[in-house]
Design a protein around this ligand. Structure first.
Ligand SMILES: CC(C)(COP(=O)(O)OP(=O)(O)OC[C@H]1O[C@@H](n2cnc3c(N)ncnc32)[C@H](O)[C@@H]1OP(=O)(O)O)[C@@H](O)C(=O)NCCC(=O)NCCS
Length: 150
């Protein structure tokens, strides 16, 4: 059910600090450089369409975010597949439907751009995240992520 006290809007470059703060609260360690790099790609690459969103509470404070990538394909047409790279809701605001609302608006926005498929990578040991994506209609893909130890 949508959380009426929360507004979803497109992410802006100025949201970097809030995203780093929320992610740091979730993981216990801030990943400033990682997000600086991601924001640079998102906001400075002309091939990357703005799709990332933030959730603001009634006071305008950012309490959640979803970051995605949609690249421009050949002939200036958007690609039909997009990725959901990372999602986070401030632990103090979790379990209020904000995560669901972020995914719902993210999907609606991508659909309106002609995207047909959305993918994301989740560690299958992360039961909470696996459950969240399952509840939001993500299913395991036929493509398997292979790795080799070096
Ligand atoms: C996964 C995550 C985004 C979910 O965000 P959220 O806002 O808590 O998500 P929702 O509120 O939509 O749903 C979560 C649960 O709350 C429940 N819920 C939603 N609204 C509710 C309400 N008003 N009252 C009680 N429960 C509610 C949902 O039904 C769901 O329950 P379930 O787990 O039993 O199915 C959040 O937990 C998070 O940020 N996790 C960390 C993600 C992470 O590791 N990111 C860093 C690397 S990618």
């Amino acid at each position: 059910m949508p959380n009426s006290s929360v507004q979803i809007r497109l992410m802006q470059a100025a949201d970097l600090e809030a995203v780093v703060r929320i992610d740091g609260k979730i993981l216990g360690t801030p990943r400033s450089e990682y997000f600086e790099m991601k924001f640079e790609v998102l906001f400075e690459s002309s091939d990357c369409l703005p799709t990332s969103l933030v959730a603001e509470d009634a006071s305008g404070a950012v309490v959640g975010f979803v970051m995605g990538t949609l690249y421009m394909g050949e002939f200036g047409i958007y690609q039909e597949q997009a990725t959901l790279d990372t999602i986070g809701v401030d632990p103090e605001y979790q379990k209020k439907g904000i995560g669901e609302q972020l995914v719902g608006e993210f999907v609606a926005h991508l659909k309106s751009l002609g995207v047909k498929k959305l993918s994301t990578l989740v560690d299958t040991d992360d039961a909470k995240l696996m459950h969240f994506f399952g509840a939001n209609r993500f299913v395991p893909s036929k493509i398997v992520n292979l790795e080799r130890r070096l």
